[in-house]
Design a protein. Structure first.
Length: 117
């Protein structure tokens, strides 16, 4: 059972990053995966995710800048982040939305994104 996010780094405002999340284990469904983030001093929040029928949705704060996708192998999801802002600074995690609704305590390894203005 594993969720491992990678691809974070330090960028200037306006820059871009592409995060990856490797998903392994029977408890996760690639079709329910989503990205979340934990900004410094704040609570964890939803960023973008897959919904029913292959749809996607995202938080208002990242609409038009971030997009979620999945790899052909069906065990990896991505978060393309464009036009990054300082308020996007956070540790980014991936997880299964159904498990989040069930108040899972497992979050796996996140990846730090730092945006400087």
């Amino acid at each position: 059972v594993q969720l491992q996010a990678s691809g974070g780094g330090s960028v200037q405002a306006g820059g871009k990053l592409r995060l990856s999340c490797e998903v392994s284990g029977p408890m996760f469904s690639i079709n329910r995966m989503a990205w979340y983030r934990l900004p410094p001093g704040k609570e964890r929040e939803f960023v973008a995710g897959f919904g029913p029928g292959g749809t996607t949705d995202s938080a208002e704060s990242v609409k038009g800048r971030f997009s979620i996708s999945r790899g052909d192998a069906q065990n990896t999801i991505y978060l393309q982040m464009n036009n990054l802002k300082s308020e996007d600074t956070a540790v980014y995690y991936c997880n299964d939305r159904r498990l989040i609704e069930g108040n899972t305590k497992y979050w796996g390894e996140g990846t730090q994104v730092t945006v400087s203005s």
